[in-house]
Write a protein that binds this ligand. Structure first.
Ligand code: FAD
Length: 285
């Protein structure tokens, strides 16, 4: 057991391109598994030809006996295609799904799929598979770019959360944003855990590139601070210290758990866990 076995811990991977990559990722998973996470999640390329890679990685982790949660985006997919994917996951014993909308590629403003929001996807999963899947949804403490108003976005999240079991946030770097958002959700009756998505920092350029793709905010002060370092080692050291402090603040204020966007790396996620004093259980050390 982890020291604090009530705290949720999960790790996100993106699917490698080939078998060699999957073999490498299994080594990463082995190391992270010693922390006894609740699950590993595997991202899914919305509307792209890379979806088979997700199925392959999910199967690899599942065959290695790890708890695995595939991400499933609905944009551009037909009901029958979603049903087929769900049925495949059921056939191999996968019980958790992160149900998300996904995004159209840049410059594309139309799709031929049957669903336009994660709410519709979650509703479809519930209607067709009842309570089989533990459904996880996305949350945005700093607001999704499509949010019209905070109230509108929170009301929508409440409707989605009412059909789901758990939520994971987009990453962010301001603990107050989480508390403000979570309190609004609680006041509106959301009772599922909202785990915090944690993006470790080890490279400013990569962070900015990734944040552009997923439309996450990186505060100006953080960009300036990170760009002031002359060497990578100092960036990594600052990143571990800052994210550790950030996690401590969130956990001290009752965040129920942490979901690490690992980018398929052992470090810096493990360095942050160590610095948080989240120990590998003795049996696994
Ligand atoms: P939705 O819940 O449908 O909506 C997004 C936002 O739009 C809402 O927050 C709300 O502000 C607004 N909105 C939508 N409908 C309504 C409505 N009816 N009324 C009011 N407001 C509305 N993308 C991938 O392609 N692959 C992945 O594997 C992936 N994994 C992710 C994992 C996590 C933890 C997170 C947080 C995001 C992930 N994404 C992934 C990104 C995600 O697909 C995008 O952020 C996408 O733009 C929105 O997906 P969603 O499920 O939050 O959408």
């Amino acid at each position: 057991m982890r020291q604090d076995d009530t705290m949720h811990l999960s790790f996100e991977f993106f699917p490698p391109a080939d078998q060699a990559g999957r073999d490498r990722l299994i080594t990463v998973a082995q190391k992270l598994a010693s922390y006894q996470p609740n699950y590993f999640s595997v991202t899914f390329g919305a509307g792209g030809g890379k979806q088979q890679k997700t199925f392959d990685m999910v199967q690899t982790l599942n065959a290695a006996d790890y708890q695995v949660m595939p991400h499933l985006t609905c944009i551009g997919l037909k009901r029958e295609e979603i049903a087929e994917i769900l049925s495949f996951y059921r056939s191999i014993g996968v019980k958790r799904i992160l149900a998300i909308r996904g995004d159209l590629p840049p410059g594309v403003d139309h799709h031929d799929g049957d669903f336009n929001s994660a709410y519709e996807l979650v509703e479809f999963i519930r209607n067709t598979t009842s309570d089989y899947f533990h459904i996880v949804v996305a949350a945005y403490p700093e607001m999704h770019p499509d949010a019209k108003t905070v109230e509108h976005a929170v009301d929508y999240f409440c409707r989605k959360a009412a059909l789901a079991d758990e939520a994971i946030t987009q990453y962010f770097f301001n603990a107050d944003a989480y508390h403000f958002y979570r309190n609004l959700c609680h006041k509106k009756g959301v009772d599922i855990p909202i785990h915090v998505g944690i993006m470790p920092i080890s490279d400013l350029e990569k962070l900015l590139r990734f944040s552009k793709v997923c439309q996450a905010e990186v505060p100006r002060w953080l960009v300036k601070k990170l760009s002031s370092y002359q060497d990578q080692e100092s960036v990594v050291q600052f990143g571990v210290e800052f994210i550790t402090h950030f996690c401590e603040k969130l956990l001290a204020n009752d965040a129920p758990g942490l979901h690490f966007y690992t980018l398929n790396q052992i470090a810096p996620t493990c360095d942050i866990l160590e610095s948080l004093n989240i120990k590998i259980p003795v049996a696994n050390a």
